[in-house]
Design a protein around this ligand. Structure first.
Ligand code: PLP
Length: 374
C-alpha cells in the first residue's frame, strides 16, 4: 500500500498510540477530580498546552482543546461574533469548516465578503487591501491551502489589517501548516489559530484553538465549565496527550520540509512527459500537490490507482463528493482541468521508493485510461 493522502488524515504514530493507551487505561482519571491522581492528569493537560504554545512560538495566549478543527474554527468565529458586526472577511480558499460558516452568517443577515485568490492559490493581497475597511470586525484566512498547498503570507495579511482595520480580529486556520512549515504566532500577530492532531500522526477527535491573551471568547458549548468555561465537556485526555506526543515526535521541521520537497520533485520528474497542469506553484507547501490531467477524470484515476493500493484523492476529503472544486475555480482553473484534478499529499514518513513506484503506476494508469477512452 502507498498512502499519498496525508492531507486528509494520517496514521497515529506508535509513540502517540502508546501514550493514548496509557491515558485511556492506567491514567484514566477525570481531570476535574480534586484527588491527587486526577490533579496529576489535569497538570499533564496543562503541560500539553505548553508544548503546543512552544510549537506555535507564542507566549501570549491560551490553548483550548476541541473535538476537531471544524469545532475549533466554529468556536473561533462564533465565539467572537457580535450581533453588531458590520463586516466579516473570509477567503475563497477556506476549508468548508470556515467557508460554510460564512454562508451561514450571510443567511443570518451578516455582511460577509470572500477575498479572491491569485492563480497560485494564495489570497489576492491587493483585493484584501480593497475589501478591508474600518467597518471590518473579523477576518478568517487560512495559512496553508488543503487543496493546493498555497501558503498565505500571514505577516503581510496582519500588516494590511493593522493599516485598514486595526481593531478587527484575525483568525487563521493553520491545520495544514502546523508542524509542516515554521509557525511563529507572536511574529505573525494573529489572534486565533486552529490546529488538528490527526493531520500530524496524532489521533482523530482532538484539535486545538490558540486564543491570544485579552481576547474574550464566548462559549458555543455549555456545560460543566471545562477549558476555562469556553469549551465544556470532559477533556479527551488520551487524545490530548497523544496529540502532545505527536508534536514532540515531528523532529526538525526544516529537514522534513527539505525531504518532502525532494519527494515531490522526484514524483514530478517521473511524470515528465505526461500532459498535466501543476496547480501548486514551487513556492507552495511541498506536502500538498494538486495536478490536473488532460482528457481524463481525476475520480477515475483515483479509483484506478486504488486497484494498485495507491491512495490519492480528487481534492480535499470534504469536497471530493461535491461536483466541481470551489477553490480551483477561484484560481481561474478551467472546468476541464478541474475535472481532471487530483490531490497528492506527502508525509515525512513516505519513502523515495514509494514515490517512484506511485509516479510510475500513475503514468501507466494514465496512458491505459487514455487508450480506453480513444
Ligand atoms: N481546516 C483545514 C485546512 C483542513 O484541511 C481540515 C481537514 O481536512 C479541517 C480544517 C477540518 O479538520 P477536522 O477534520 O479536524 O475537523
Amino acid at each position: 500500500m502507498i498512502y499519498l493522502d496525508n492531507a486528509a488524515t494520517t496514521p497515529m504514530s506508535k509513540k502517540a498510540l502508546d501514550v493514548y493507551n496509557l491515558y485511556a487505561s492506567e491514567l484514566f482519571y477525570n481531570p476535574s477530580g480534586i484527588y491527587d491522581v486526577a490533579v496529576a492528569v489535569k497538570n499533564d493537560i496543562e503541560e500539553a498546552k505548553e508544548t503546543i504554545k512552544h510549537a506555535l512560538h507564542t507566549l501570549n495566549g491560551n490553548i483550548i482543546f476541541t473535538s476537531s478543527a471544524t469545532e475549533a474554527n466554529n468556536l473561533a468565529i462564533f465565539g467572537c461574533l457580535k450581533s453588531n458586526f458590520k463586516k466579516i472577511v473570509l477567503s475563497k480558499a477556506e476549508h468548508p469548516s470556515v467557508y460554510n460558516i460564512g454562508i451561514e452568517l450571510q443567511n443570518r443577515g451578516f455582511n460577509v465578503e470572500f477575498c479572491p485568490l491569485q492563480s497560485n492559490g494564495q489570497i489576492d493581497y491587493e483585493a484584501l487591501e480593497e475589501i478591508l475597511d474600518e467597518n471590518t470586525n473579523l477576518i478568517s484566512i487560512m495559512h496553508v491551502s488543503n487543496e493546493t498547498g498555497a501558503i498565505n503570507d500571514l505577516k503581510k495579511i496582519n500588516e494590511i489589517r493593522k493599516r485598514k482595520c486595526p481593531k478587527a480580529i484575525l483568525h487563521v486556520d493553520g491545520v495544514q501548516a502546523f508542524t509542516k512549515i515554521k509557525v511563529n504566532l507572536d511574529y505573525f500577530g494573529v489572534d486565533l489559530y486552529t490546529i488538528s492532531a490527526h493531520k500530524i500522526n496524532g489521533p482523530k477527535g482532538v484539535a486545538a484553538l490558540f486564543v491570544k491573551n485579552n481576547l474574550f471568547l464566548k462559549p458555543i458549548i455549555f456545560g460543566g465549565g471545562q477549558e476555562q468555561n469556553i469549551r465544556s465537556g470532559t477533556e479527551n485526555v488520551p487524545a490530548i496527550m497523544a496529540f502532545k506526543t505527536a508534536i514532540q515526535d515531528v523532529g526538525d521541521i526544516d529537514k522534513n520540509f527539505e525531504y518532502v520537497s525532494f519527494l515531490k520533485k522526484i514524483f514530478l520528474s517521473n511524470l515528465n512527459d505526461l500532459p498535466y497542469k501543476n496547480n501548486s506553484g514551487d513556492e507552495n507547501s511541498p506536502y500538498i500537490l494538486s495536478l490536473s490531467f488532460k482528457g481524463v477524470k481525476g475520480e477515475t484515476l483515483v479509483h484506478m490507482l486504488e486497484e494498485h493500493k495507491i491512495y490519492i484523492s480528487t481534492g480535499s476529503a470534504c469536497s471530493s463528493k461535491k461536483s466541481g472544486n470551489r477553490v480551483l475555480l477561484s484560481m481561474n482553473i478551467s472546468p476541464n482541468d478541474i475535472v481532471g484534478s487530483v490531490r497528492i499529499s506527502f508525509s515525512k514518513n513516505n519513502t523515495e521508493h514509494e514515490v517512484i513506484e506511485a509516479s510510475k503506476i500513475l503514468k501507466e494508469t494514465y496512458y491505459n485510461l487514455i487508450d480506453k477512452l480513444r
